[in-house]
Design a protein around this ligand. Structure first.
Ligand SMILES: *Cc1c(COP(=O)(O)O)cnc(C)c1O
Length: 405
């Protein structure tokens, strides 16, 4: 299939190019020292990760430890309530640790092991990536340093406890605002010194090349499974596929399975409290091109051109940019990006729980809300929603802020 002169038959093989570019987006804008480390990972990725030994070991781990394949559930009562469109959910909430993040963490940690590294390093904001990586590190017997701002450490006590129970070393970052941005800087600084024995594990399709490509490839298991499952359940492909976009990993995993099909693809960004800068994290809708954290993409900037403060009710979606591949697919017209605000999200959170017995993560509830809206617009057909994670982690927040509806 060709869209705007991009051949989607061979897309996944040709994008990104060898320097990590999707059109003008992506790349590796890092110091010479870090570039060396990134080149080492790229080379290992192409030799190790494409070997049958690595692939079969990862497949076995996905089956025996992660609980894959995750099923697709037909959301019958929700569909009936909305009209004639049939809604389906890919159940990434049933992955071990409760979300899709383990898909790339297990891949990254297995790569670390094959490369002979002793340690994995990462930053975390809300703690979800930290917990997933700490899980993977424990599984492979690797050391694990997670950098986290002291403000986030206070807010996310249960995730900090989980990481520690799993054997990770949580490194407190106290300078600046002591949140995610400072944690990223501190983790990169540590990695620059330690890269001979360690590997940096990015938590989404972000950062310098090869991470956007590698994380997409590790997450593509979602789209590959979903396509096969949907075909065998219904004999057809879905008319539309929907996923929420923070950094963009669960969505890229899902979308990669359907890019070459006659399927409408929708990425959903958080509109938060509204379209004013600072009230949302809808970078693809309101942002402009720029470089941060080692890659070129679309981002939300303040008046000084620095990454702007962002907000979303879902802590996993409040990042001022999105992966370079999303920026590329947006410009190419292959994926449509739209927004859902906090209120629509919370409504969908309660509706899905009540009608289907599935409590979604607040991030995933953005995709559910959009699927519900789209169902009313379409009037007929089928929609597959990627349910990126479960809502257990959000219980305290929901009860405190919204009560029980
Ligand atoms: C982290 C997270 C997200 C957002 O990350 P992406 O890289 O955009 O997928 C979405 N859903 C859940 C449940 C998460 O934990």
């Amino acid at each position: 299939m060709k869209v705007n002169n991009i051949d989607f038959d061979t897309y996944l093989k040709n994008y990104p190019d060898k320097d990590g570019f999707f059109g003008s987006y992506g790349g590796a804008y890092v110091s010479d020292e870090l570039k060396k480390a990134m080149d080492e990972i790229t080379e290992a990725y192409f030799t190790i990760c494409k070997s049958s030994k690595f692939i079969s070991e990862l497949r076995r781990i996905r089956r025996e430890f992660q609980g894959r394949p995750t099923p697709i559930s037909h959301l019958e009562r929700l569909s009936a309530k909305l009209g004639n469109v049939q809604l389906y959910a890919k159940r990434e909430d049933l992955n071990h640790t409760g979300a899709h993040k383990l898909n790339h963490c297990m891949g990254e940690a297995l790569l670390a092991k094959y490369m002979g590294k002793k340690k994995v390093i990462a930053e975390t904001g809300a703690g979800q990536h930290g917990v997933a990586l700490a899980t993977a590190a424990a599984y492979f017997g690797l050391e694990c340093d997670i950098y986290m701002g002291s403000v986030d450490i206070k807010k996310q006590a249960p995730n900090v406890a989980r990481m520690k129970i799993l054997g990770a070393n949580v490194v407190e970052v106290t300078h600046g605002l002591a949140t995610l941005k400072e944690a990223v800087d501190a983790a990169f600084e540590a990695y620059t010194k330690e890269y001979k024995d360690s590997i940096y594990c990015i938590g989404s399709v972000l950062g310098p090349h090869p991470f956007p490509m590698m994380v997409r490839d590790f997450q593509s298991v979602v789209g590959i499974e979903a396509r096969e499952q949907f075909l065998s359940m219904t004999g057809e492909l879905p008319d539309a596929v929907v996923a929420c976009v923070g950094g963009g990993s669960n969505s890229m995993g899902m979308f990669s399975g359907f890019l070459n099909d006659p399927v409408e693809i929708y990425g959903v960004e958080p509109l938060g409290r509204g379209p004013k800068l600072g009230d949302h994290a809808a970078s693809l809708k309101y942002g402009t091109e720029g470089i941060m954290h080692g890659f070129n993409s679309i981002m939300l900037k303040d008046e000084n051109g620095e990454p702007a403060p962002v907000y979303s009710v879902a802590s996993g979606l409040d990042y001022p940019s999105s992966g370079p591949e999303h920026a590329f697919l947006r410009d190419a017209g292959r994926v449509k990006y739209d927004v859902i605000d906090d209120e629509e999200t919370i409504e969908a959170f309660f509706t899905l729980s009540r009608l289907e017995g599935i409590i979604p993560a607040i991030e995933s509830a953005h995709a559910v809300a959009y699927g519900m809206k789209l169902a009313k617009e379409m009037g007929r057909g089928s929609i597959l929603i990627n349910l990126s994670g479960r809502g257990d982690k959000d219980m305290d927040y929901i009860i405190e802020k919204y009560g029980i509806r």
